[in-house]
Design a binder for this molecule. Structure first.
Ligand code: C2E
Ligand code: CA
Ligand code: CA
Length: 343
């Protein structure tokens, strides 16, 4: 079987070729590309199957605006396993088999919990708790993402409303996948739903990735403006992994950038990552954006991020994403600990 390191090496070599501009009739052209990977013999024992599956992976890479994607049966429209899973997911949405977990966001200015990010899980009757990476992209490709997003919106807003009624004034961050975000019906849907819940609009944050904006920058801007006009906030998720131009970023009505965890997790070991993190913090502040670091796994990283001027932290060091009950327990333990420390 091909090792990951072999694959990374080959992808790296191809990437290097395309980094340079190609000059055609004195025009410097930047070439965008996507790679679909299928491996012999795991993904097919003959040329036709391997090529067909590499195509499936390529199509998925293009859809997700990724540089490369490895074939997996979940990507394959005609795969019987995938068809079963999609039928089950449709039912799971109807039968409330999905659950939201919440991960706290901590302000480095006030040292308090200012909000949470809602992260969906599927409590599958046979397979147990399934992480979103196992079903979100599949839902994107089959149209199930819309009912799934509506389920998440309803439950996240409902939960935030409950917390607010208990005097827990937490903001709620909700992830929007590219197709949901670029759905022209979305702003009216969100604004309509928000009016059903007793929660101020500026406590609701939508996390959108750079890559979903790049798919249709004008439409993205229009949708963001319609949401922010109502007071809703926008956060740019996975920041640093996309290709946004500075001119585009400058005009975004966003209030927050989240530094992608791939830079944060190893920043103490990898100086390049520290440089990237510092640059994003400075860039964010120059554009008057709040800067959040996700993927903070230890105290040393938290201390370093504070020294670099980061505003908000999120990660396993503080807490993993928790069910509502576990989150409330975690909060009360934190409060008790603070009370003990003060006394
Ligand atoms: P994301 O938006 O980048 O969310 C952060 C992911 O990092 C979460 O994974 C979270 O559990 C994980 N994480 C948090 N702290 C740490 C840490 O300190 N170290 C490490 N290594 N990881 C950390 P999760 O919950 O598996 O979610 C994966 C992705 O699925 C999310 O990435 C988001 O893109 C997507 N997703 C989750 N919930 C939803 C949803 O309701 N709707 C949509 N469209 N996408 C969702
Ligand atoms: Ca997110
Ligand atoms: Ca993220």
């Amino acid at each position: 079987m091909a090792e990951n390191t072999d694959i990374n090496h080959i992808v790296g070599k191809i990437q290097k070729i395309f980094i340079e501009f190609f000059s055609i009739e004195k025009l410097a052209l930047e070439i965008q590309f996507s790679i679909g990977i299928a491996i012999f013999p795991e993904h097919g024992k003959d040329v036709d199957t391997i090529m067909q599956r590499a195509n499936v992976a390529l199509y998925a890479a293009k859809q997700d605006s990724k540089r490369y994607t490895m074939y997996s049966s979940q990507l394959d429209k005609h795969n019987p396993h995938r068809l079963t899973m999609m039928g089950e997911l449709r039912q799971a949405i109807e039968n409330d088999e999905l659950v939201l977990h919440f991960q706290p966001k901590i302000s480095l200015h006030t040292h308090s919990i200012i909000g949470v990010e809602a992260l969906v899980r599927w409590n599958h009757p046979k397979h147990g708790f399934m992480p979103p990476d196992d079903f979100i992209s599949m839902a994107e490709r089959t149209g199930l993402i819309k009912p799934l997003s509506i389920w998440v919106l309803n439950h996240a807003l409902g939960q935030a409303e409950k917390w607010h009624s208990q005097n827990l004034k937490l903001s709620i961050a909700i992830n929007l996948s590219p197709t949901t975000f670029l759905d022209t019906e979305l702003p009216n849907l969100i604004i309509g739903m928000l009016s059903l819940y007793d929660i101020p609009a500026d406590f609701v944050i939508f996390e959108i990735t750079e890559s979903s904006m790049i798919k249709d920058p004008d439409l993205a801007m229009e949708i963001m403006n319609r949401l922010t006009d109502k007071g809703i906030k926008i956060s740019i998720d996975d920041f640093g992994t996309g290709y946004s131009s500075l001119a585009y970023l400058k005009n975004l009505p966003a209030s927050e950038v989240k530094i992608d965890k791939s830079f944060v997790t190893d920043m103490l070991k990898n100086n390049n990552d520290t440089v990237i993190v510092k640059s994003i913090i400075d860039l964010g502040h120059n554009l008057s954006l709040n800067v959040v670091a996700e993927g903070v796994e230890d105290k040393e990283t938290a201390v370093r991020l504070k020294a670099l001027g980061c505003d908000v932290l999120q990660g396993y060091y503080f807490s993993k994403p928790l069910s509502n009950n576990n989150f409330l327990n975690w909060l009360s333990k934190k409060k008790n600990k603070k009370a003990v420390q003060k006394s």
